[in-house]
Write a protein that binds this ligand. Structure first.
Ligand code: PLP
Length: 421
C-alpha cells in the first residue's frame, strides 16, 4: 500500500494558488525517516553504505538531504557525477556504475576520486588508455547469467542483460588489475528490479559472497566492498508490503558470518545502490481534472500527461490514484484517468474504481518520487512539471521550476530560421 499524501485538501488547494498544477511534491521528513530505518537495519555490519541511484530523482536539493543522512551517490553519467559533486558527494561517496562510458566521463570521475565500477573486462584497457594508468580502486560488475549457485528464489534472466562480466572473466579481470598495481577492489551485481521478496536480496548476497571468496582463492585479491545493487521494490499496489529491511540485513549478516569472516575478508563494506524505495513512496504527482468525457468508457482528462510520468504508459505500471478531499468517498465510479499526449497509452489509471471526479478536482498520483519526473520528456511539445519539497518544518520550497516554452526552444537557432531559405 502506498504511503499517505502529507497535505490536507485545504493545504493542497492553497498550495496550487502559488504553484499551479501539475507539479511533483516530495516529503522530506518521510524520506529522512525511511533512510534512518534503512541505515539502522544495516548498522549490524562493520561498514555499510547506501549509494542513492541519482537517476531515480536527480535533484540536488533531494541529494543534499540524502547526503546529510549519510548516503553516497550511484551515478551513470557525467551530469549525475556533477550533480553529486554539487552537494559535496565525491570520492568514496560516489559509485560510478556506468556502461558504454566515454573516456571523458572516466577522466572526470577519477579526477574526483570516485569509485569506478567497470562493466566489462575490455574496459580495463579502455580505462588505462583514457587515464594513462589504472586508479587505485576498481570495482567490477558481475552478471551471474544462468548460475543460481543454490539460490532459492528465481533471479530474472541475467543472461539476457547487457550488463556485467561473467564469472570466468572476473577471475581474469581482478588478476590483471592486481598485476597492474590496483590496490583495492569492489564487487558489484544488480539482478533485481522492483523486487518485493526479501529473500531475493539475501540470495543475491550469497551469490556475491561466494564469488568474493572464490576471487580470493583464484585471483589473489581481497574484496574490500560488495555492492548489491538496487532493485528493492515498493508497494505500488494495494495489499503489497514494503521489503522488511531488518529481515534482509539479518539474512545477509548470517551469510557474512558463514562465508566472509572465515575467508578472512572481514571487515568488508556492504553497499546498496537503491533509488526507488528511498524517494519513490515519498513523491507524488499532483494534477487537476480539466475535462470529463463519456464515450465507450468514462474518461477524466488531466492537465498533466505521460511526459511527466511515463511509467504507466511505458510499462503498464500501476500507480495508486486518489482524489484530494474525497479520500473517504465511495469508489462507485470507473474511470480511465488520462493525460493530453497524442498516444493512447497516456493513461495514469485504466478502468480504475474511484470516487466521482468533477472538473477542478485535484488528482494525486502516488509513488512517483523515483523514476518519475526524471524519466520525463518533451514529445508533443509537452513542458515538464516542476518539483516542490515539503520541508520537515511544514514549509514548501520550489526545488525545480516548471519548464517554459523558451526552455523547449532553447536548442533551436530561431534567428537562423528567419533567414533560412
Ligand atoms: C537503476 C539502477 C539502480 C537503482 O534501481 P532502483 O530500482 O531505483 O533501486 C541502481 N543501480 C544501477 C546500476 C541501476 O541501473
Amino acid at each position: 500500500m502506498s504511503s499517505n499524501f502529507p497535505l490536507s485538501h485545504e493545504e493542497l488547494e492553497a498550495l496550487t494558488k502559488k504553484f499551479p498544477t501539475p507539479f511533483y511534491i516530495y516529503d522530506e521528513k518521510a524520506i529522512r525517516e525511511y533512510l534512518r530505518y534503512f541505515h539502522k537495519a544495516f548498522s549490524i555490519f562493520p561498514e555499510f553504505r547506501e549509494y542513492f541511484a541519482v537517476k531515480a530523482c536527480p535533484n540536488p536539493y533531494i541529494l543534499k538531504i540524502l547526503a546529510e543522512e549519510g548516503c553516497g551517490a550511484d551515478c551513470s553519467s557525467l551530469p549525475e557525477l556533477m550533480l553529486s559533486k554539487m552537494v559535496g558527494l565525491k570520492g568514496e561517496f560516489v559509485m560510478f556504475t556506468s556502461n558504454e562510458t566515454p573516456a571523458e566521463e572516466y577522466q572526470y570521475a577519477v579526477a574526483e576520486g570516485d569509485i569506478i565500477n567497470l562493466d566489462d573486462i575490455t574496459h580495463i584497457d579502455f580505462l588505462k588508455e583514457s587515464l594513462g594508468k589504472l586508479p587505485e580502486t576498481i570495482c567490477f560488475r558481475y552478471n551471474p547469467g544462468q548460475a543460481k549457485h543454490g539460490c532459492n528464489s528465481i533471479i530474472g534472466s541475467p543472461e539476457e542483460a547487457k550488463y556485467g562480466c561473467t564469472r570466468e572473466q572476473l577471475i581474469e579481470a581482478y588478476k590483471t588489475c592486481k598485476d597492474a598495481g590496483v590496490k583495492r577492489f569492489g564487487l558489484h551485481t544488480m539482478v533485481a528490479s522492483n523486487e518485493l521478496n526479501p529473500d531475493f536480496f539475501i540470495d543475491t548476497a550469497k551469490l556475491v559472497f561466494d564469488l568474493a571468496v572464490e576471487l580470493k582463492e583464484k585471483s589473489g585479491v581481497s574484496i574490500s566492498f560488495v555492492d548489491l545493487g538496487g532493485g528493492i521494490g515498493i508497494p505500488y499496489k494495494p495489499g503489497q508490503k514494503p521489503v522488511d529491511l531488518e529481515y534482509v540485513a539479518k539474512g545477509i549478516h548470517k551469510l557474512y558470518e558463514e562465508t566472509i569472516v572465515p575467508a578472512g575478508l572481514d571487515p568488508m563494506r556492504i553497499c546498496f545502490e537503491c533509488g526507488r524505495p528511498i524517494t519513490g513512496p515519498y513523491g507524488w504527482l499532483v494534477t487537476r481534472a480539466i475535462h470529463e468525457k463519456h464515450i465507450y468508457r468514462e474518461y477524466i482528462g488531466t492537465d498533466s500527461c505521460m511526459a511527466d510520468l511515463m511509467r504507466p504508459g511505458m510499462y503498464g505500471a500501476y500507480h495508486e490514484v486518489t482524489v484530494s478531499g474525497k479520500e473517504n468517498a465511495p469508489k462507485d465510479h470507473v474511470y480511465d484517468v488520462v493525460g493530453s499526449l497524442c498516444e493512447n497509452c497516456d493513461k495514469f489509471a485504466v478502468q480504475r474504481e474511484l470516487p466521482e471526479i468533477n472538473r477542478g478536482d485535484l488528482i494525486i498520483v502516488h509513488d512517483a518520487g523515483a523514476h518519475g519526473r526524471a524519466m520525463g520528456f518533451n514529445y508533443n511539445g509537452k513542458l515538464r512539471a516542476g518539483e516542490l519539497l515539503l520541508r520537515s518544518d511544514g514549509s514548501v520550497k520550489q526545488i525545480r521550476r516548471r519548464e517554459t516554452i523558451d526552455d523547449l526552444f532553447a536548442t533551436l537557432d530561431l534567428q537562423g530560421v528567419a533567414s533560412f531559405e
